[in-house]
Design a protein around this ligand. Structure first.
Ligand SMILES: NC(=[NH2+])NCCC[C@H](N)C(=O)O
Ligand SMILES: [Mn+2]
Ligand SMILES: [Mn+2]
Length: 322
C-alpha cells in the first residue's frame, strides 16, 4: 500500500488508527517576489491566526505547523531582471527551499499543505511532491493559466509562469535549472480559466493541455467538469493528485483580497465542490492555497478571503457538509 492510500484513510480521531499527519507549511517574507503587490506573503499567518490548525484538528488531522519560514539569507538587493523576469534569484531560491521541505514531507508520509504566498511557489511545491510521486497529476484551479515562458510573459511576474518551468517549455533560465520537467502536459488539467495572455492560449493548444474554463463550468456544471477533468488526468482513479488552488479562481465577490482578481469566477460552492470531490478520490498528496493577499481591500474583504482560504483547505481535507 502506497503512502497516499494510507493518507486517505482515517479522518476520525480514533487513537488506534494511524492518524495522518498534516504539515502546514507557512512561508515567510520574500514569497511575494513572484508578483508586484506587497502583502501576499502575510497570508499564511492570517490563516493560522484565523484558527486553521485547530479547525483541522477538529476534523481528525494531526497538524504540524511548520512556522514562518525565514529566507533572510537570500540576497535580495542584487537581483536584476533576467530578460523580463522580475526578482528571479529570490523567487528561485525560495522555491528551491520549498521544494526541499515539501519533498521531505512527502517522503515521510506527511501531506504537505502550502499556504501562499504567490503562485510562483507551485514550482517548489510540485517539484517537491513529484520527487516522491513521479506519476502524480496536477489539478490547477485558477483564473489564469500561469504558463507564460520567458518569451511570452508580458508582465515579467514569475507567478504567471510556474507551469512552464514544471513542463520544461520555453527557453531555459540557468537560475531555475534545479527545476526538473516533472510534469507532462497530459497530467495537467485546469479548472476556472478566464484570463489568458495570447501567448498562453497558443501554449495550451500547442501542448494539447486540457482546460475547463468558466465557459465549460457554465455549460456542464461543476460536477461534470470535475468528473471530466479527472477522466482526463486520472482515468483509472489511481494516480496521486496535487491540487494547486489559486483563490482568484473564485469570483472576486467570494475572494476579494487577491492580487489579480478577474470577474466571472467560481461561486463559493463551486470552489468548495472541487476540493470535496478531490478529497473523495482519496488520492490527494499535495495541496496549495495561493494568492490570498491580506493587504488588499478592506478589513471585511480580508476576513472573508482568509475564511474562504481556511474552508477550502478543510473541504480538501475531508470536511463534509453532513
Ligand atoms: N498566479 C497569478 N495570479 N497569476 C496571474 C498572472 C497574470 C498574467 N498572465 C501574467 O503573466 O502576469
Ligand atoms: Mn490566478
Ligand atoms: Mn495562479
Amino acid at each position: 500500500m502506497s503512502p497516499y492510500h494510507q493518507l486517505r484513510e482515517p479522518k476520525t480521531a480514533a487513537v488506534h488508527r494511524r492518524v495522518p499527519f498534516l504539515r502546514l507549511k507557512v512561508v515567510g517574507e520574500p514569497i511575494s517576489g513572484g508578483q508586484p503587490k506587497a502583502g501576499v506573503d502575510h497570508a499564511p499567518i492570517h490563516l493560522v491566526n484565523a484558527g486553521l490548525p485547530q479547525q483541522l484538528k477538529e476534523i481528525g488531522w494531526e497538524v504540524h505547523f511548520g512556522g514562518h519560514h525565514q529566507f533572510e539569507e537570500i540576497e535580495t538587493t542584487n537581483d536584476p531582471p533576467i530578460g523580463k523576469l522580475k526578482r528571479p534569484r529570490l523567487v528561485s531560491s525560495v522555491c528551491k527551499a520549498v521544494a526541499d521541505t515539501v519533498g521531505a514531507h512527502a517522503k515521510n508520509g506527511v501531506l504537505p499543505v502550502t499556504i501562499g504566498g504567490d503562485h510562483s511557489l507551485a514550482m517548489g511545491t510540485i517539484s517537491g511532491t513529484f520527487s516522491q510521486y513521479p506519476d502524480a497529476c496536477v489539478i490547477w484551479v485558477d483564473a489564469h493559466a500561469d504558463i507564460n515562458t520567458i518569451e511570452t510573459t508580458e508582465s515579467g511576474n514569475i507567478h504567471g509562469m510556474p507551469v512552464s518551468f514544471l513542463l520544461g517549455i520555453g527557453t531555459s533560465v540557468p537560475e531555475f535549472s534545479w527545476i526538473k520537467p516533472v510534469l507532462r502536459p497530459e497530467r495537467l488539467v485546469y479548472i476556472g480559466l478566464r484570463d489568458l495572455d495570447i501567448g498562453e492560449k497558443q501554449l495550451l493548444k500547442q501542448h494539447g493541455i486540457k482546460a475547463f474554463s468558466m465557459h465549460e463550468v457554465d455549460k456542464y456544471g461543476i460536477g461534470q467538469v470535475v468528473e471530466k477533468a479527472l477522466d482526463h488526468v486520472n482515468p483509472g482513479r489511481d494516480r496521486p493528485i496535487h491540487l494547486s488552488f489559486d483563490v482568484d479562481a473564485l469570483d472576486p465577490s467570494v475572494a476579494p483580497s487577491t492580487g489579480t482578481p478577474v470577474r466571472g469566477g467560481l461561486t463559493f460552492r463551486e470552489g468548495h465542490y472541487i476540493c470535496e470531490a478531490i478529497w473523495e478520490t482519496g488520492l490527494l498528496i499535495g495541496l496549495d492555497i495561493m494568492e490570498v493577499n491580506p493587504s488588499l481591500e478592506d478589513q471585511k474583504s480580508v476576513e472573508q478571503t482568509v475564511a474562504v482560504g481556511c474552508s477550502l483547505i478543510r473541504s480538501a481535507l475531508g470536511e463534509t457538509l453532513l
